[in-house]
Design a protein around this ligand. Structure first.
Ligand SMILES: Cc1cc2nc3c(=O)[nH]c(=O)nc-3n(C[C@H](O)[C@H](O)[C@H](O)COP(=O)(O)OP(=O)(O)OC[C@H]3O[C@@H](n4cnc5c(N)ncnc54)[C@H](O)[C@@H]3O)c2cc1C
Length: 517
């Protein structure tokens, strides 16, 4: 590859920043990433406590199936290289307050039989749902290799032939109704309540589509769990990036983006040092980038609308998680991987506005996270931010105490499902949305930025479709990551690919990419 002289500074070594770095290197740019934290990955991370690995991120990773665009991106980034992939036979189980339960198997035939056993009177609706899953099966391949504005006429025709003709109806049908409305049609009261929790916690504006699509993706083995989990995924991409000649500077938080005559020329770090490049690309939090690093000078009405009221409007961005991890001297191999438990008093958990908590263990898909015969359990719920932030700022001891209370509440509650659990705990850790802000900088600890399918989507889409991942009025500057391309690992990794495609287009260069394996 012929080197050109241009350099790119990238802010953030999350999945999107490292992905942008890899594709930048593949295309002859000299890139350097400045990262606040001392490890790569951003949200995609894990840590160790007393011999247990507490992995906060991957529940399921899309793009594990060979031949899909998503898989190609992971292969180009070397993310899955030499890794075993493990797959799930169930997505989630929901357990009601009276102990009733439903398991959402990923195989639509098995799921249909199971649901009909629970509620024969809902047969038709159950078939409708399971057919919705079947409609996404087969060789479904979401086109993801380019941002929409860069597809040429032939490529658009091909997408029309291979994707829209085949899956357009399934997409239309399943985006036409929200899961909460679909669930109301069940005669069985427990299914009514449980259905919106298929994806573990309830998402109000979500249509049926992500439920059917994700179950189908798991069934088709296009969603799975890579050996080593989140941090190993991040480290594999970091390795690919450095092998391509890229450089990451850790513990180097960026404070300002340097601008001259409406042209980005470099960055100033928190320590006051200035670093210059031909192009600056932020893969960090959107609000911080636009309003702190650039003082809100480069926004139009769409961007203003998107960000204004960010704090107060419910259901605009994903909330952060409260996560409780336990390392336990107990083998959970025979237990379901993931369960949502409806609680009598969820409001006893600070910040919780869902009906229940999610409990997961890793014995099937990441046995390496615990010593042999032992297990890691993870519990989480979406949580409001302010209550934690106030405690953290005003009374650090009370903040710690509240974290302890949450852990105690969950442990006491779980004791009824796993008698003896209390005495088997060897390690505990609790993370809140404040922890997430400290380690990733994401606004209010949001796990995946903007909520798709909500009103916001019409303001998010122009970031790519109209602005081409840039900001109005500012040249030599680009943005990538889940604040631009919506959340989830595969969208973040492809966001790094897309942004470099825009960079190449602006530089009148052909974009190239190579597989790592
Ligand atoms: C708990 C949790 C569970 C999740 N589960 C899943 C899942 O199962 N499947 C899935 O697909 N997705 C999941 N996600 C979502 C997914 O992890 C994210 O959407 C994705 O990792 C975002 O990547 P990113 O690079 O866009 O942003 P980030 O991961 O936020 O990366 C941004 C990076 O920028 C750095 N940074 C911020 N500010 C600065 C600064 N001033 N200077 C320098 N560096 C800075 C941060 O430290 C960070 O490393 C989950 C997320 C969380 C938090």
């Amino acid at each position: 590859m012929e080197k050109n002289e241009k350099s790119i500074i990238i802010i953030g070594a999350g999945i999107s920043g490292m992905s942008a770095g890899c594709y930048g290197q593949m295309n002859g740019y000299k890139t350097k990433i400045f990262e606040s934290h001392f490890i790569p990955g951003g949200c995609c991370t894990a840590w160790e406590r007393k011999g247990y690995v507490f992995d906060q991120c991957i529940d399921w990773l899309l793009g594990t199936k060979l031949g899909t665009d998503m898989n190609q991106v992971w292969r180009e980034l070397g993310a899955l290289k030499n890794k075993k992939l493990r797959f799930f036979n169930m997505f989630n189980r929901v357990v009601g307050r009276e102990g009733q339960s439903v398991t959402f198997y990923v195989d639509p035939n098995r799921l249909e039989a199971h649901l009909k056993e629970i509620s024969p009177e809902d047969g038709e609706l159950i078939e409708e749902f399971c057919n919705g899953i079947r409609a996404f099966s087969g060789d479904m391949n979401f086109p993801l290799l380019k941002p929409e504005p860069l597809y040429n006429e032939n490529e658009n025709k091909e997408i029309e032939e291979k994707f829209i003709k085949k899956y357009g109806k399934a997409l239309r049908d399943s985006t036409g109704i929200e899961i909460v409305d679909f669930a109301k049609r069940f005669k069985n009261p427990f299914l009514q309540e449980a259905f919106p929790y298929i994806l573990q916690q309830k998402m109000c504006d979500f249509p049926l589509m992500p439920y059917c699509y994700n179950l189908a993706a798991m069934c088709e083995k296009n969603a799975g769990y890579p050996e080593g989990g989140s941090l190993e995924l991040a480290k594999s991409i970091e390795r690919r990036y450095t092998e391509l000649g890229g450089e990451i500077v850790y513990e180097a938080p960026v404070k300002k983006i340097l601008v001259e005559n409406d042209k980005a020329i470099g960055v100033m770090l928190e320590d006051g040092t200035k670093h210059y490049a031909d192009i600056v690309l932020s893969a960090a939090d959107g609000r911080t980038t636009i309003f702190d690093m650039l003082d809100g000078k480069y926004v139009d009405n769409t961007i203003k609308k998107l960000y204004e009221g960010l704090h107060s409007r419910e259901n605009k961005i994903y909330e952060g998680f409260v996560l409780v991890f336990l390392g336990i001297n107990r083998d959970l191999t025979n237990e379901p991987d993931s369960t949502t438990y409806f609680l009598e008093h969820p409001s006893k958990l600070l910040g919780c506005n869902q009906k229940g908590i999610v409990a997961r263990h890793y014995c099937h898909h990441a046995p390496e996270f615990a010593p042999s015969g032992k297990s890691v359990m993870q519990f989480f719920y979406y949580s409001e931010y302010d209550c934690w932030k106030k405690l953290y700022d005003n009374d650090r001891a009370a903040y710690k105490e509240e974290k302890g209370k949450v852990a105690d509440f969950i442990i006491n509650y779980m004791e009824q499902h796993y008698p003896g659990l209390k005495d088997q705990i060897e390690a505990i850790d609790v993370s809140t949305p404040v922890t997430a802000v400290r380690y990733t900088g994401n606004h209010e600890g949001s796990v995946m930025a903007w909520i798709p399918f909500a009103d916001t989507e019409e303001h998010v889409k122009p970031l790519v479709e109209k602005h081409h991942m840039k900001l109005p009025g500012l040249s030599n500057f680009y943005m990538a990551g889940h604040w631009v391309s919506l959340g989830g690992l595969v969208r973040s990794s492809s966001s790094g690919r897309h942004v470099i495609q825009f960079v190449c287009k602006d530089d009148k260069k052909n974009f190239v990419a190579q597989l790592a394996d």
